[in-house]
Design a protein. Sequence first.
Length: 251
Amino acid sequence: MSADEIRALMSAAHNDRLIWNTPLSEEHAAQLVDACAPGPGARIVDLGSGWGELLMRLVESAPGSTGDGVETDTEAVARGRALAGERGLAERVRFHETPAAEWGDDGYDLAVSIGAAHAWPGSTTEALKALRATVRPGGRVLFGEGFWEREPSPQALAGLGAEPEDFGSLLELIRQAEAAGLRPLQVTVADQREWDLFEANANIGRGERWALANAGHPLHDGVVAAVDERRTGYYGGYRGTLGLAYLVLSR
């Protein structure tokens, strides 16, 4: 039994309870799509797209638009291609198994990146600069990133495996976007219910459901331990401390 096997078993790409791999409700997602407002024929790219659910929603909202999903997770790419085919989007939404920081195309009308700033050296600042460079003048960026809702406790940091300097405040995040040449059009944050449902349906819930159905499996005890660790880290640590902001920005 290995930690890698357990992580693979609990991976997001295989979790059909997850619509998107971020704390986000259907209502909130619809508001983001409306704020991004891609027009007919828009070119859209999602850097760190996962299986591209939000990318597909954006493409579906704009007649004649096309989307590029850029993602290194092979399983997520396979899920995204299957979903695009099922929804008749295979010719409009293409997935590329490429690191986000290596994507060189530009001139997009909308660039999206949610929870993927770590893909760029220097993280948030470099991610914002790269996203700005990816869109045409007048284009838009949808950027999702963490921030501290309050000063993190030692328990919160331990639960996340994070350091205090890994995130700043929400205002600091907005200022970073402005410094990169992007102006905020809309700023929203994941609420507590979105976070709770995300954690319940992601690693905690998927692992718990698997353990209940596989009591005799060699990985059973390791999965239970991983679930318990995650549950303690969330409910006893970073719940209400780590926030997730969605910034709709204009270039």
